[in-house]
Design a protein around this ligand. Structure first.
Ligand code: ZN
Length: 257
């Protein structure tokens, strides 16, 4: 397997991943979903020819839907330009249309967006700067050049005023990490899980610790996914308490079995 995937992401490749045209990523474009991560994923899966490369959920690691070296159709003409370059699109969970203008990304979402951008900049040589033109290599957001524009055929406000205001800080963090000016925290010893182990789903809960979600019957994520989530958690925050909650106590993560 030689797919261009984000390390520690949760792999949820859409069926069309292998038929999408190849691209060389030169840009990262940030979006907001207008709804839940799962709703967007199901929309891409069942109701739409569109897709994004990544989804940043409120809880847990980044979801990967399309490999980075394939086109994802979320950015109109930036999906894939005639020279074969294109944009990596990052969708992000929000609270829906009514609050889109004033719902900032959470600290957790910003952390996983920054991590993804650092990885993409390192891997593909994307510069950590705001795109200066619609084809300029760098980082941008959907309506950076207006709407409609080269990046969207229709009028829209994506990703909303509150999130747009956070973009400069995200780019600054990415640039600082790439420049090595931010120390990497020591990695605590990591527990890992084996396939079939009688361990319930673990999710990252922002600033609150590891939540062990009680669940009966067949495991619905693999040990590899659990370990990826745990690794992302440990990377983000050491020595937080562990909390046990019931499955129903996590709205927004309720993937129905
Ligand atoms: Zn968008």
């Amino acid at each position: 397997m030689n797919r261009a995937l984000l390390p520690d992401s949760i792999e949820k490749l859409l069926p069309e991943w292998s038929s999408q045209a190849r691209i060389v990523p030169t840009q990262i474009i940030l979006h907001t979903i207008v709804g839940s991560a799962l709703g967007a994923y199901n929309g891409f899966l069942k109701n739409s020819n569109l897709e994004s490369h990544l989804i940043a959920p409120y809880v847990g690691a980044m979801w990967q839907l399309i490999p980075f070296d394939r086109s994802a159709d979320a950015n109109y003409r930036a999906n894939r330009r005639p020279d074969g370059t294109g944009a990596v699109s990052i969708e992000t969970e929000d609270n829906g249309q009514a609050t889109i203008a004033n719902t900032p990304w959470t600290a957790h979402q910003i952390d996983i967006i920054v991590d993804a951008c650092v990885y993409l900049c390192r891997t593909y040589g994307i510069p950590p700067r705001l795109c200066r033109t619609p084809s300029d290599p760098g980082i941008g957001y959907h309506t950076l050049f207006g709407a409609p524009s080269e990046w969207t055929p229709v009028a829209k406000s994506c990703p909303g005023a509150a999130r747009i205001a956070q973009v400069p800080g995200i780019i600054a963090r990415v640039a600082a990490e790439l420049a090595g000016t931010k120390p990497t925290p020591a990695q605590p010893a990591q527990r890992t899980f084996n396939e079939g182990e009688d361990m319930d789903l673990i999710v990252i809960c922002e600033g609150k610790g590891i939540w062990h979600v009680q669940r009966h019957g067949a495991a619905f994520i693999s040990a590899a996914e659990k370990n990826a989530i745990l690794a992302a958690y440990l990377k983000a925050s050491a020595s937080l308490p562990e909390i046990t909650v019931s499955e129903g106590a996590l709205p927004g993560y309720g993937i129905s079995a």
